[in-house]
Ligand binder design. Sequence first.
Ligand SMILES: [Mn+2]
Length: 379
Amino acid sequence: MVVAQDTSELSLGGQRAKANGYGPVGKGGALRGLLLHAALAIDAGNGGVIGLVDAKVWNRTGGKAKHRRSRTTKQKESQRWLDSTRRAAEVLTEAATITVVSDRESDIYAHFAFRPSRAHLIVRACQNRRIETGEEEQQIDLLFSHIDSLPEAGRLKVNVPAAPGRKARSSELAVRFSPVALCKPLHGAADLPEAVTLTMVDVRETSTVEGGKPIHWRLLTTHPVTNLVEARRIVDLYRMRWVIEEYFHTQKTGGFDIEAADISDPEVMIRFATAVAVAAVSVMQLVKARDGTTGQTLLEVFEPADQSIIEAVSAKLEGKTERQKNAHPKGSLAFAAWVIARLGGWDGYYGKPGPKTMRLGLEALQRIKFGASLRMADV
Ligand SMILES: [Mn+2]
């Protein structure tokens, strides 16, 4: 099982948001809003979204940041990565293995040092840390120059999907990997261990990329890597991090448009954003399940009582031709996704229903359920 965690900024405006008590977000401090940190559990086998492991919404108030080492707000904020990793290990008791993946912001020594033994990590490195090399006497090297000096272990082919400002491409990655012993940061806290042993997997695109940056990921992981197959696995697991970006997009312009909510009181907005964080998971689950590839049941998103309503709505929406029928088995999440997408305005033919359609469909289902409960009360 993969857990993708990340932080997203909800930009809610400038001067007026500031006057309402919203703290700074983004660089420069001109924009005001809230921060959302979330961790999503994903089935590493089929890409299905299992659920929300952790979510926290907060308002960054507390004045001007001081020098980095005495910045208490920053320290408290970086704790979020450790907290979500610990939470994943606590709640995902059924999972055989848990791999928590996160981007460069989470390259924090304590994150590696204090991870629960059940939770493996894959973190994209941004700090050129000191590492110990040589067993006899203490030799010190730097992480990035060490990995750069290694010969290529081989090459991998990957498909890079399209993104805003980027065409889809297939590319070749040169792979290097090595066990590394990171040294405790010079000004690290007293309770940190002197060194942490991890593996670094370095992948970089071999050809130049038109209109975009070539991939270069330096991934630090607690998983052992001794061959190219295992290195590929680390890259593939890290790439599942993309799901959390889609999840944030769902909360914003992709689905709920939360940044357009005009709520002046930060406390009320925090509660609203938390509710959207939960609702957006159901939307993501439906989007991922729409092709029937995740093998999930309807009950992973809906209440048992919803099943007969969804089946009744499906029967009503189905047309006469094969192509107008719900092709998925009853009881599957894919069956429900077809119904919700149709309720959300999808015609059943063209394109694939995205987060906005699924959100509208879920709202329509709520109205249908409400109507059904009124009719029940009439009798
Ligand atoms: Mn991030």
